[in-house]
Ligand binder design. Structure first.
Ligand SMILES: [Zn+2]
Ligand SMILES: [Zn+2]
Length: 238
């Protein structure tokens, strides 16, 4: 009834559609091309001797089991992320979460288990109040509905005084991320006896992996947590 009264239009092509990205536009967004690094999901075509591992992953600690991203960094993908984050286009979260749902179907390790719990990468309280929502939380909420899973907000992001990870060097990003992400104090104090064994960390973008690494390190300190998989919508630089 509501959709009949207020039909939505696709954010990309402007056609009337059931959701705000039509199925044709969703299908046309470029996915990460194979072959990929089996650890971090980076495209490895034409790279080196081992197409299963990118050079970055060869000499980095691996607190997460694997990371996968749905989309390449195209102008259309970035337009959607910007609209969601900065123009309050909350309605985009649901069609975008469909891409994570599809990525899940293409990831054998995720399909091999049924006991996953989703944890969104947090934003600072300041951002939460000014924006009104956490975009990763919205993606996780819809993905959880599609896959019939639970969402647990186990992490918090502290204000480190750095405005954005985007302009930092790789080393500075790692240090900043380690200072920024922590286990939620409320949960810690509640002394939960056990936490989910398998966690999927949900985020909108994946750049160097420093956020995913910092979050995975924190989550794996919780009793009972065995592994963390990082799932993001867009891979920056791919
Ligand atoms: Zn469209
Ligand atoms: Zn890699």
């Amino acid at each position: 009834m509501l959709s009949w009264l207020f039909p939505s239009t696709c954010e990309l092509c402007g056609e009337t559609a059931e959701e705000t990205i039509c199925p044709a536009c969703l299908a046309s967004l470029p996915r990460i091309p194979a072959p990929i690094c089996l650890h971090c999901g980076a495209p490895t075509a034409g790279q080196q001797t081992d197409p299963d591992r990118c050079e970055e992953c060869a000499d980095q600690a691996r607190p997460f089991t694997l990371a996968r991203q749905a989309l390449r960094q195209t102008p259309e993908a970035m337009q959607l992320i910007y609209a969601l984050k900065y123009h309050h286009a909350l309605h985009l979260a649901r069609p975008l979460a469909r891409l994570l749902h599809e990525l899940w179907e293409r990831t054998p390790h995720l399909r091999a288990h049924t006991d996953w719990v989703l944890v969104p990468v947090p934003v600072t309280l300041k951002k939460l109040y000014s924006r009104g929502f956490n975009q990763a939380g919205e993606l996780a909420r819809h993905l959880a509905e599609f896959r019939q899973l639970r969402v647990l907000e186990l992490l918090e992001r502290r204000d480190t005084g750095v405005l954005s990870q985007t302009r930092l060097t790789a080393r500075a990003r790692r240090l900043n991320a380690m200072r920024a992400y922590h286990r939620k104090r409320a949960h810690w104090l509640a002394r939960r006896r056990s936490y989910p064994a398998r966690i999927v960390l949900v985020d909108d973008v994946f750049t160097t992996g420093s956020t995913a690494r910092a979050c995975a390190i924190q989550l794996r300190k919780l009793p009972g947590v065995k592994e963390v998989v990082a799932l993001s919508l867009v891979r920056i630089g791919a």
